[in-house]
Design a protein around this ligand. Structure first.
Ligand code: VGL
Ligand code: ZN
Length: 198
């Protein structure tokens, strides 16, 4: 039995001055680095979209960032172009410890499906492979930190709980986008799924 720290999307585009900046997104970096030493397994996730991704408002005529659209898999927020594969914005924050982590898992590569969760794409069926990695490493307990609390951390935490992991979100080492109450909704959804909000 071992525990894992999953660090969600601590990338330049989610930090101040980034394309989809999360307020204070950079402030959590030192605390995340310090936390890594206490875990058997450390995983980083990296939002990694091809140019022209379907989650970008710029890919839809007449749509603006933060509009909603209906995708075949359900409603989807449209975002500014962000985390385009290989761009500076897609790189990890320069101060994030990228030496300690065991695994980097990239997500959001399918042009037609967004992927908030580190476990499944937004169709809620296509796996990223992270579940299998954690199980073969003997992981039973996962702690999540990173960006953004109400999107990728939230979806990852709820999926991890559904998969049977014992899940904790360390809120002080997360920051939110908070679109129209999305942070409160995310907190309620995580609690309902059995996630511990620490
Ligand atoms: C995220 C919106 C779009 C996140 C990623 O990391 O929370 N949010 N892509
Ligand atoms: Zn994204």
């Amino acid at each position: 039995m071992s525990n894992a720290l999953i660090v969600i999307d601590v990338q330049n585009d989610f930090c101040p001055a980034g394309a989809l900046a999360v307020p204070e997104g950079d402030l959590i970096v030192p605390g995340i680095n310090a936390l890594m030493a206490g875990f058997d397994v450390v995983v980083l996730t990296q939002d990694w979209h091809p140019a022209g991704h379907s989650s970008f408002a710029s890919s839809h005529d007449g749509k603006a960032p933060y509009d909603m659209i209906d995708m075949p898999y359900g409603p989807q927020v449209l975002w500014p172009d962000h985390c385009v594969q290989g761009s500076t914005g897609s790189a990890f924050h320069k101060d994030l410890n990228v030496t300690r982590p065991d695994l980097v898992i990239r997500k959001g590569m399918n042009p037609a499906i967004d992927s908030y969760s580190a476990f499944f794409e937004n169709d809620q069926t296509t796996p990223t492979g992270l579940e299998g990695y954690l199980r073969t490493r003997g992981v039973t307990d996962v702690t999540l930190v990173g960006l953004a609390t109400d999107f990728c951390v939230n979806f990852s935490a709820v999926d991890a709980a559904k998969l049977g992991f014992d899940v904790t979100v360390k809120q002080a080492l997360c920051r939110a986008i908070d679109l129209e109450g999305s942070l409160d909704a995310a907190r309620a959804g995580m609690r309902a799924a059995g996630v511990t909000l620490a």
